[in-house]
Design a protein around this ligand. Structure first.
Ligand code: SF4
Length: 282
């Protein structure tokens, strides 16, 4: 599953998808109600509501960002829609509006209205089917809603990665299960803290985490990757083994091997960027 998902990011979703499929198979199939769906790995309120209503015709709300915006505006409410009490009120309003027939179509139409008409900036109120009942429009406050707390900027982090080539192959290591990007392969990397010298940190990482002493060579450049809450800047260097390359992965990695370009196993999106900098096809 990770190999098929490789490069799409959010690898946790691939793991959850597999776990949910296994759990559903163990129960004799995918359940049809929102509470049962929510009990499956990786399925939150939005996905549970979407599956229950769209796949099984259940009267349930499916509140994504678009729906949250439309409903905040329709209600003319400047309350933070991410607060549980406001969320419940939005859900209750949706269920009031939702017809008994084809609730899934109603939910999809609501999402589509948010995606195409009730856009974050400059909503096209003139061609909106809800322009009459919309309270935000009546009060001319539609562009001020929804009133959500500002997202925190991603936390900056620094790191260093090394490209080690032997006879046309490149060394990739597998992040250990449970770690961020666990199960995915990448050129070895290490975090840099404070005034750490990146080249020293990289040499140390190759010894301690890969079991291969290296000499750090040319700097290839920099890769910036945004995770959900973090912004990682990686310095990338060529490295050369100081002897035979016999990897013994440890501390964060549970596999390491020399890979022929174009035949890499599941690599992360971050790893693809690092390899691209070294002009190596994953
Ligand atoms: S009238 Fe305007 S603000 Fe209100 S729901 Fe329609 S597009 Fe959104």
């Amino acid at each position: 599953v990770l190999a098929a998902w490789a490069g799409l990011g959010y690898s946790r979703r691939a793991r959850s998808l597999l776990a949910a499929a296994r759990a559903a198979a163990g129960q004799g199939g995918l359940p049809s109600t929102e509470p049962e769906l929510r009990a499956l790995p990786g399925i939150g309120p939005y996905t549970a509501g979407a599956i229950a209503s769209i796949a099984f015709g259940q009267r349930e709300a499916a509140i994504d960002g678009n729906v949250e915006r439309v409903m905040s505006r329709l209600r003319g409410s400047s309350d933070d829609p991410t607060r549980p009490a406001i969320r419940r009120a939005i859900r209750a309003d949706i269920l009031d509006l939702q017809p008994a027939e084809r609730p899934g179509d109603f939910n999809q139409a609501l999402m589509e209205l948010g995606a195409t008409v009730c856009s974050p900036r400059a909503p096209a109120c003139g061609r909106c089917p809800w322009r009459d009942p919309c309270r935000a429009r009546a009060l001319s406050i539609q562009e001020d809603l929804p009133n959500k707390p500002k997202k925190k900027p991603p936390v900056p982090e620094s790191g260093v990665a090394g490209i080690l080539r032997v006879d046309g192959r490149v060394l990739l290591a597998r992040r250990e299960a449970g770690a961020r990007l666990g199960g995915l392969w990448e050129p070895p990397r290490a975090p840099i803290q404070g005034d750490d010298d990146p080249m020293v940190a990289l040499e140390r990482a190759f010894i301690e985490q890969i079991g291969v002493p290296v000499r750090v060579g040319a700097r290839l450049g920099k890769v910036v990757h945004i995770f959900t809450h973090r912004k990682l800047t990686l310095e990338v260097f060529e490295v050369e083994p100081r002897g035979a390359c016999e990897p013994a992965p440890a501390r964060g990695y549970d596999g390491a091997m020399l890979v022929t370009p174009g035949r890499a196993p599941a690599v992360s999106k971050l790893a693809r960027k690092v390899l691209a900098l070294a002009k190596i096809a994953p």
